[in-house]
Ligand binder design. Structure first.
Ligand code: FMN
Length: 361
């Protein structure tokens, strides 16, 4: 067995880390690598979003990233020994060393390249597929439950998504990454894969990110169009996959992110597409955990989601829905519709032009 990590292995691990999903593809981190030592710091500007004011979305993204790091290390016959800090500037501080990883991690590793967010229609086969049974169950404070997209749940999620148009500050934060994707394919969202009518996607991305303009566009029909698109997406799927926690809070969200990444890879391996549907769950979780921004009040139609989710998922009195995916069989997303990633040079501070694996002391 080798006892040092070859720099090419480290480069490969870093390439895989780069594939981690983030909200709006904001990629809110900086990566420091020195020999075996890996540190990942949150980039506060890139993670700025009104709904992330108390770190809830970062906690979720960080959980996903941590599992990507572990599985990427496993693929290279290495293990990651990491200290993680929720809510601090350094998310992850760890070492990558040669070592034998779990067979499960090694089996999931090839899916890191194939995993993507797919906003197209999926097959509507219902809940009768072994992978939907396989991903369900409770572990480490997170329960995964699978349900059919009932009319009541679909309408609730459409209402929750419409909050974007009611709250111009949320719209302009999200729009920042839509516009970024139009200007630079390595940043933000790919307007070709939004699930909205094409002219609306491109027009929306081209608008300046102004809260007042977003509000006007909402009144002029943006709200109805995006509601229709979300309704179609939710009906054109086989199942909704819910991540439920016993104790809401930032630690719980990291645990949800970790579990969700594994479920996402399992679904990918089974030929299922996945699209997170975040607003409906995040608003409920954050309200329960006190993580909503100051002064933010949920409209009644959205607050009623607590009662609905309790009924649909059989939640206990303290349990809360923390994240939600829609899923169903789907051919793989063509490469041109996938979202891009920043080059490593822009993620390694103080290293202009640095290549993956660049040393930073
Ligand atoms: C915390 C989080 C929340 C997300 N919420 C949504 C969402 O509500 N709707 C959606 O279509 N995609 C959502 N996404 C998917 C991201 O937009 C996607 O991961 C990112 O654009 C990178 O694309 P990729 O997943 O195809 O690599 C979310 C991702 C994360 C990590």
């Amino acid at each position: 067995m080798i006892d040092t990590v070859d720099s090419r292995i480290l480069d490969r691990i870093l390439d895989r880390i780069q594939t981690a999903p983030t909200a709006d593809n904001c990629q809110p981190w900086q990566v420091l690598v020195s020999d075996h030592h890996l540190r990942i710091l949150e980039d506060p500007d890139r993670s700025r979003h009104i709904l992330n004011s108390k770190g809830a979305i970062s906690a979720l993204s960080f959980g996903l990233l941590l599992e990507v790091c572990k599985i990427a290390a496993a693929e290279a016959d290495c293990v990651l020994d990491a200290r993680i800090t929720v809510g601090g500037p350094t998310w992850l501080d760890g070492r990558i060393d040669p070592g034998s990883a779990s067979p499960e991690d090694r089996a999931l590793a090839p899916m890191l390249d194939r995993r993507t967010t797919d906003r197209r229609p999926f097959g509507r086969e219902g809940l009768h597929h072994p992978v939907l049974d396989a991903v369900q169950g409770s572990a480490k404070g997170v329960r995964v439950a699978v349900t059919a997209p009932s009319d009541a749940l679909v309408e609730y999620l459409v209402q929750a998504d419409a909050i974007v148009w009611r709250e111009p500050r949320i719209a302009s934060d999200a729009h920042r990454w839509l516009r970024a994707g139009l200007l630079d394919p390595s940043e933000g969202l790919n307007p070709g894969n939004l699930g909205l009518p094409r002219p609306m996607s491109w027009l929306g991305a081209a608008l300046p990110a102004s809260p007042a303009l977003m509000s006007l566009c909402g009144h002029l029909g943006g709200r109805a169009l995006s509601g229709d698109a979300a309704r179609r997406q939710l009906r054109d799927c086989s199942a909704l996959v819910a991540f439920i926690v016993d104790e809401p809070g930032l630690d719980a969200l990291v645990a949800v992110g970790r579990r969700a990444l594994r479920v996402w890879l399992q679904l990918t391996a089974a030929g299922f597409g996945v699209q997170p549907f975040t607003m409906g769950s995040t608003l409920l979780h954050n309200q329960r955990a006190g993580l909503l921004p100051a002064g933010f009040r949920l409209p009644q139609a959205v607050a009623s989601g607590h009662a609905l989710s309790r009924q649909v998922f059989g939640l206990g009195p303290h349990q809360v829905l923390a994240w939600l995916f829609r899923t169903g069989p789907a051919p793989s997303l063509p490469k041109r519709l996938r979202t891009g990633r920043r080059s490593w040079a822009s993620q390694v501070p103080g290293m202009p032009g640095a290549m993956p694996g660049a040393r930073h002391c």
